[in-house]
Design a protein around this ligand. Structure first.
Ligand code: GLC
Length: 642
């Protein structure tokens, strides 16, 4: 008996040192205490803090860290009860009062609940700040990604990342689900504008710079010891979301988005993997899995690509977050889907609503040994690593100091520069451009000339975006009126109908806002209204300029000859004056096409990777990288085609 006493005591101490220290109940005999906690000490190495904290966590606390819930589906009290590790705003997830202060108050409410838990592990709030923190009314809305890529200016992309990070923190949000690094090969995809380019190298350069801008610690900003990230970027959607086959989507009315990718592994590695390698090398600590499938298997269940390639081969030390309910798409049986996704390498589930279903499935999977505690520890380790790197444990709460950065002069100037550099001059006959500021009379037509919502596109205030005066900014029309001489007359009519004549006419054409698969479209022709506006304006002016407001190339071949000049302006965001700056000669045309410009809808998909040998009427209207003016291309003599 004597022999067993010390052994029993030793076993008790060992057991106690493994299991988390249960809160002492008053009056009870003092329980053996754990060694002093390392994880709260910011001077300790992150890996030591991660391992120390992990060793103190219960299974419930670990599962909570792997659970991300959308802000309208949970009360702060449940964030405490279930140790929820992350909250997100989906595309429409704004507080009722859409101000920076209201955002900070909302984030603080969830964070207060997270910090009330036993181990005080802060939650991390995520949002799609894809072209500025455009959820926020009054934020600086930068050009969408295709326009940023048209600048071919990584240094500018980095500045956009820095400015976006500040305006994210103005709302108390330290994590953005951007950039998309998809390398789209088919511009019929509704997410072409959210992506940079069909070209792997251009995508890699711009995305890496943007990530550095988001994550680099700016001088002079209060950070904590050991902090290495300013805000957290997310490279998405891993992998091959830009390579899906037309008509292969299994999601509702979508045609390309969330579809199937059939390319061989060599092509997948050549075209789609480099941006992820560069993102990992640039320090990205979050990757989002794609809704799409690879050769028939949902990406959320692709263990080889998620774990063997991304985590082991590329050395990704951050965490993989699912897309919105992306795990559910794996299998009609939710338990089966959860087991498949977590074992494939998904570390955090963007549930986004029924979090109890996920938590219970995870507990059952551990009980039934379908998911090992080792896999859970790996997932939680990765999530904690990112939270420590963000300094969240030291400053979990929003910092009001960032509120003043929203639409700061500096940010607006960066956005205006991005618009200027994004414009691609496709045609310029009859010396139509630049327009003299003292032109006696200018006609302006097209809804896009007087519509901030059209300039911004999707993911602006709301998920799908909206037309109209939805945000603070400058329309093309107002900027023209400001820029021209006092003696110049500017008249506006959306339809292009005017009495009398003018020296120059500007027609703004383009797409109405959309997001994701709702923008999947086979016919990229101009709308009838836009074609009519061009035809109405043509006989009334000496020189006619058409400006295209669309995040992707549109089929303009039938109208090309009707106008003297054509400008691709992408989705420029709130700073429409950047367009007028270039039209009226204050800034040169420097932009170059990030996507091949098709001659016909029948050519689609057409890109630099499938255009070799295509000449004459089989060639695209304008090739990838084309741009007149200082961009350096020579005008293309277009063949007469049927
Ligand atoms: C969406 C998108 C993804 C976004 C997420 C959260 O469905 O696919 O890009 O980050 O949900 O809004």
């Amino acid at each position: 008996m004597k022999r067993t006493a010390p052994l029993l005591l030793l076993i008790l101490i060992l057991l106690n040192s493994c299991s988390p220290k249960a809160p002492a109940t008053p009056g009870a005999a003092p329980t053996p205490t754990l060694p002093a906690a390392i994880y709260p000490d910011a001077s300790q190495p992150i890996e030591a803090r991660v391992e120390d904290l992990l060793s103190r966590m219960t299974l419930e606390e670990k599962i909570g860290q792997m659970t991300q819930v959308e802000m309208g589906s949970i009360q702060p009290a449940d964030v405490s009860t279930y140790f929820i590790g992350s909250i997100l705003s989906g595309g429409d997830g704004n507080p009722p009062n859409n101000t920076a202060q209201a955002w900070q108050d909302m984030v603080k409410g969830f964070q207060t609940a997270a910090m009330a838990t036993r181990l005080k592990i802060p939650m991390i709030y995520g949002i799609d700040a894809t072209h500025g923190n455009a959820h926020l009314y009054g934020a600086t809305v930068f050009p969408q990604e295709s326009g940023v890529a048209a600048t071919h200016d990584p240094a500018l992309a980095q500045k956009i990342g820095e400015a976006t990070a500040e305006e994210m923190l103005a709302t108390g949000v330290p994590w953005t689900f951007s950039p998309i690094v998809a390398v789209p090969q088919d511009i019929r995809w509704g997410r072409t504008y959210e992506s940079y380019s069909e070209d792997t190298q251009l995508t890699t350069e711009i995305a890496t710079a943007y990530i550095k801008g988001l994550q680099s610690l700016p001088a002079g900003v209060k950070t904590s010891e050991g902090q290495s990230l300013f805000t957290l970027a997310t490279a998405k959607h891993y992998i091959g979301d830009g390579a899906t086959i037309w008509g292969s989507s299994r999601t509702g009315e979508y045609l390309l988005d969330q579809g199937n990718v059939q390319v061989d592994e060599a092509t997948l590695r050549k075209l789609y993997l480099p941006p992820y390698q560069a993102a990992v090398d640039a320090g990205a600590m979050s990757v989002m899995a794609s809704f799409s499938s690879y050769r028939g298997t949902k990406m959320h269940a692709q263990k080889y690509l998620l774990t063997d390639v991304l985590k082991n081969e590329l050395g990704f030390k951050g965490f993989i977050v699912s897309d919105w309910g992306g795990i559910d798409q794996i299998d009609p049986d939710y338990y089966t889907a959860v087991v498949a996704a977590i074992n494939a390498g998904v570390d955090m589930n963007m549930v986004p609503t029924d979090y109890m279903n996920f938590i219970n499935a995870m507990k059952q999977a551990v009980d039934d040994k379908d998911i090992t505690e080792e896999r859970i520890n790996d997932a939680v380790r990765r999530i904690l690593r990112a939270k420590f790197a963000l300094g969240l444990f030291e400053h979990p709460y929003p910092d009001p100091a960032f509120i003043s950065t929203v639409r700061s002069d500096e940010h607006v100037a960066i956005a205006r520069q991005a618009v200027q550099e994004s414009l691609v001059l496709l045609k310029n006959d009859n010396a139509a451009l630049p327009i003299a500021k003292d032109t006696p009379k200018v006609f302006v037509a097209g809804q896009g000339a007087d519509d901030i919502g059209m300039l911004c596109g999707g993911w602006t205030i709301t998920w799908q975006g909206q037309t109209g005066n939805i945000d603070i900014g400058t329309t093309i029309l107002n900027s023209i009126k400001t820029l021209v001489s006092a003696d110049t007359t500017v008249e506006y009519n959306p339809t292009g109908k005017f009495s009398g004549k003018a020296n120059t006419g500007i027609v703004v054409v383009g797409e109405m806002p959309y997001a994701e698969g709702l923008g999947d479209k086979a016919d990229l022709s101009l709308s009838d209204a836009d074609i009519q506006a061009i035809n109405n304006m043509r006989p009334l002016v000496d020189k006619l300029v058409v400006v295209i407001i669309a995040g992707r190339p549109l089929v303009i071949t039938g109208q090309l000859a009707s106008a003297d000049a054509w400008v691709a302006a992408w989705l420029p965001g709130t700073e429409g004056e950047g367009i007028s700056d270039v039209l009226f000669g204050d800034h040169p045309f420097v932009g170059k096409l990030p996507y091949t410009w098709p001659r016909t809808n029948a050519q689609l998909p057409i890109n630099e990777n499938n255009s070799d040998g295509k000449t004459g009427c089989d060639a695209p209207l304008f090739p990838f990288g084309y741009g007149l003016g200082e961009a350096g291309s020579q005008p293309i003599a277009q063949p007469t085609c049927p």
